[in-house]
Design a protein around this ligand. Sequence first.
Ligand SMILES: [Fe+2]
Length: 69
Amino acid sequence: MGTKGREIVGMDVEQNIQGEQCAIEAYQKLSKMFKDKDSITYQLVLEILEDEVEHEEDLEALLEDLELM
Ligand SMILES: [Fe+2]
């Protein structure tokens, strides 16, 4: 992949990171809403939140690797 290609992939990954951050924010808000109200939904939201944080971390790592190429 050439420099231009890496740049385009990098921008794409950055957009995806923003998407994950948006999801993280949404699930954080939901977790606050359900805390002390509905423990099953709260646990479910926490599990999804954990997944979203993992997605964001994976994409950040990918972006770092791309920058090292
Ligand atoms: Fe995600």
